[in-house]
Design a protein around this ligand. Sequence first.
Ligand code: G3P
Length: 217
Amino acid sequence: MKFFIDTANLAQIKEANDLGILDGVTTNPSLMAKEGIKGAAAVRAHYKAICDIVKGDISAEVTATTYDEMIKEGDDLATIASNIVVKIPMIKDGVKAIKYFADKGIRTNCTLIFSAGQAIVAAKAGANFVSPFIGRIDDSNWDGVQLIDQIAQIFSIQGFSTEILAASIRNPLHIVRCAEAGADICTCPLDSILGLLKHPLTDIGLAKFIEDSKKFI
Ligand code: G3P
């Protein structure tokens, strides 16, 4: 399973990249706004800065919601760097835009996926990635990881090559459960990635080793 970081914060992207296990980055308009990025030129420059840090896939989301505007925006985003993946929302015009980009050889990530049916349509249109939002499904009193499991089964049975990019990850256990359920990628906040490293018995064991090492060094 690949690890992406879900942020537009350059310091966090660098920290995750330095760990040596980062395969890509996802952003969205909310994450860009959080960093105070404003205006088309600043957005472009920010994506370029992310692409300069991470060599893997970088999802850049369109802000338009009509077909014509989405393909114009996506065509432009795709020129920023060869590792840009155009992120398109799961709406009717978005499906048409995914097909347009697939025909042009521009890679897409279909976002805001909340059902297996939406994932099937995105895959049929030629999306390279589908992003089910598991944390938001949990928020609505349903088990988001079950959706990953269902989509993984369908894609396997049907032979879809679209990758399942589990998004809206909120904690380390989400990552482990998505790995079990067959997600190809988890896109996570830095805290959730670092949370995977933690175990109190590791800390206790290390403290004892350090203490004992003083006896013979
Ligand atoms: O990748 C989508 C993600 O950013 C949404 O996360 O926590 O806002 O549901 P969240």
